[in-house]
Design a protein around this ligand. Structure first.
Ligand SMILES: *Cc1c(COP(=O)(O)O)cnc(C)c1O
Length: 361
């Protein structure tokens, strides 16, 4: 049976991807050299389309990694000499925090319970912290931090590098790049692409920090250090043999999203989220996990279930809809539903109808 994946990553492919994969195979994209002119054109096209789609200023660099998890490690290696600070409210923000410790840095954090966001007044960042790590959309719990709160951190701490995890939020969020230093995502979430590509957008402050760490004798890693990325990016190349097909597909999908219109995509995301939250608020067996409406994610919607979530998930899959289980300890108590650009209004209405009719048998 045809299945629509509403899982929060990997998720359903963007609806144009199948055609782009076929075209890529026809023109031998997976076989071309990453030092060829053909690759350089693909690379330049993808960067250009991303810049347009996300409104990335010229003084920000865009580099490709293997995943967002890799970007966590690279951020610490390149931008933190001694101390990082982390806002932790779920499994992804926690993992980044732990990784900094594993790399030998001093770490500090503010941790709140799953389902909560952060109140700006409660955030006290130590003087020593060089980097502030914020997860704009915590995929494990469906909590989104309002952008204004994130910008306020930068205003209060202009000397620190503000790094935003937007893995399951982009391209929905309309980020003002001038009020942050770095932002990153991986492509199997909101962009609806096969996994295996991370995208790291950063300003000159990150570049300068990496260079100064290198000059003072710190290890900043090897092939994927910021200076290594930069030395190849000027030629529209990457340090290693990259995920050429992934970079090609990302450019094509960004182009399709531009054709559709990012404003339209954002409007539809809000419509679909409202539909689902409205249902959850009025359901006898389901409820929104995130109590505070201002902290409810529009792109990853998490519901608590008063029956074992496996039962709902199983029935949904029999109707061709794959929804996510709860994350980690919440596996049986939650369902997680992705609301990404590829999910059409019709598919969402079908899902909402199914959930509305769901009752224990
Ligand atoms: C999925 C996810 C990651 C990790 O992405 P990978 O592509 O698996 O490395 C990091 N942060 C958040 C918020 C995520 O949802």
């Amino acid at each position: 049976m045809h299945q629509v994946y509403f899982t929060p990553g990997p998720s359903a492919l963007y609806y144009t991807v199948e055609g782009h994969i076929k075209n890529a195979l026809k023109s031998y994209v997976p076989s071309i050299s990453h030092r060829s002119k053909q690759f350089e054109e693909i690379y330049a096209h993808t960067i250009d389309q991303l810049r347009q789609l996300l409104n990335v200023p010229d003084d920000f660099e865009i580099y490709f990694t293997g995943s967002a998890t890799e970007i966590w490690e690279r951020l610490i290696q390149n931008c933190v000499e001694q101390s990082s600070y982390h806002l932790v409210n779920g499994s992804f923000s926690k993992r980044f925090y732990q990784m900094s410790g594993e790399l030998g840095r001093n770490t500090a954090l503010l941790e709140v319970a799953p389902g909560l966001g952060f109140k700006p007044s409660e955030i006290n960042i130590p003087e020593a912290a060089e980097l502030i790590a914020v997860t704009q959309n915590e995929t494990s719990t469906g909590v989104a931090q309002p952008l204004e709160d994130i910008y306020a951190l930068k205003e209060k701490h202009p000397d620190k590098i503000l790094a935003v995890d937007a893995v399951s939020a982009l391209p929905y969020i309309d980020i003002d790049f001038n009020r942050i230093d770095a932002i990153y995502f991986s492509v199997q979430k909101g962009f609806g692409l096969p996994a295996g590509l991370g995208v790291w957008v950063m300003n000159g402050r990150c570049v300068e920090k990496a260079k100064s760490m290198q000059q003072s004798g710190h290890s900043i890693g090897s092939y994927h250090s910021i200076p290594s990325f930069a030395s190849k990016a000027v030629k529209n190349q990457t340090p290693e043999t990259p995920n050429v097909l992934g970079i090609y597909l990302l450019g094509k999908v960004a182009e399709d999203m531009l054709t559709k219109g990012i404003v339209q995509i954002r409007r539809e995301t809000e419509y679909k989220a409202a539909l689902l939250y409205n249902l959850l608020e009025n359901h006898s067996l389901l409820a929104p996990f995130v109590a505070e409406t201002a902290h409810r994610s529009k792109t990853v919607i998490v519901a608590t279930t008063s029956v074992a979530s496996e039962k709902i998930i199983k029935q949904a899959s029999q109707r061709g809809m794959v929804i996510g289980s709860g994350y980690g300890a919440f596996k049986s108590e939650h369902v997680r539903i992705a609301n990404f650009p590829t999910h059409s209004k019709e598919q969402f209405e079908m899902l909402v109808d199914f959930l509305a009719d769901y009752s224990e048998e």
